[in-house]
Ligand binder design. Structure first.
Ligand SMILES: C[S@@+](CC[C@H](N)C(=O)[O-])C[C@H]1O[C@@H](n2cnc3c(N)ncnc32)[C@H](O)[C@@H]1O
Length: 233
């Protein structure tokens, strides 16, 4: 497989790093980098899960700049970090998120960043027929950011994360993508993902690492057909 392009993290700490995290010690490391997650963190609405699952603003924007069209579907939009980044890059976005409290936070955050008019957030299970039928027909890019487990670090308890582990409501992501009228697919993957399944994919593969060389996540961009045709990990 062509190797991922390695992009390095700037150190994501700041002068507030000694502040105690209100969600408890297990989230302290994410709390320390909160202004890298959202530069306007103090005005944003973020929950504990948001702290450890959202994509830092700078990297979300770096991904969003790679989208080739004008209309994006953000699957598992959470508190909105990806949707907001795509909207800030001029895209019209539909965000789908099952948790209504998180959608309320995402709407607040989109207003904060001045892009509420560019994003339509839906409270829905993306795998339901009703949701799939209600999606726009002319989607250029799908962004997939499914949970990697139930708790922070769950994925680290598996030696390898495979595509099958990232299913949504029991639906394989390839089956889900096949049902969506779109051209390209972005996916965020954990550092222990079996990237070998992308060996025949020519699209972008980007790894974000710390200065110490530790990989945090991969982003991969494929065509719809390449994604649907991915082998089992
Ligand atoms: C990794 S987080 C996404 C983080 C998001 N990119 C952000 O910026 O906050 C995964 C999200 O998927 C949502 N989710 C899980 N199953 C879902 C489903 N079947 N349909 C829609 N959303 C789902 C969870 O509620 C959670 O917010």
């Amino acid at each position: 497989m062509n190797a991922p392009t390695i992009r390095q993290f700037e150190p994501m700490t700041n002068k507030a790093e000694t502040d105690q995290c209100p969600y408890g010690p297990r989230y302290q490391v994410y709390w320390n980098m909160r202004y890298a997650l959202f530069s306007r963190f103090d005005e944003a609405k973020v929950d504990a899960a948001g702290l450890y699952t959202m994509v830092p603003e700078k990297y979300a924007l770096a991904m969003a700049r790679r989208a080739s069209g004008k209309r994006v579907l953000d699957i598992c939009s959470g508190i909105g970090s990806i949707s907001i980044a795509f909207a800030r890059c001029g895209q019209q976005v539909t965000g789908v998120e099952i948790d209504e409290n998180r959608v309320a936070m995402a709407r607040h955050n989109a207003r904060l960043y001045g892009v509420a008019d560019k994003i339509d957030f839906l409270v829905a299970d993306i795998t339901s027929d009703m949701t799939l039928e209600s999606l726009p027909a002319d989607i250029d890019s799908v962004f997939l950011d499914p949970p990697w487990g139930k708790e922070p670090g769950d994925y680290q308890r598996r030696p390898v994360t495979r595509l099958q582990h990232l299913e949504l409501a029991g639906m394989d992501l390839r089956t889900l993508v096949e049902k969506i009228d779109c051209h390209e697919v972005f996916i965020r993957l954990p550092p222990n993902f079996n990237l070998d399944i992308f060996r025949n994919v020519t699209g972008d593969k980007v790894a974000f690492t710390t200065k110490a060389g530790q990989t945090h996540w991969f982003f991969v961009r494929t065509t719809k057909q390449q994604f649907v045709d991915l082998p089992d990990g």
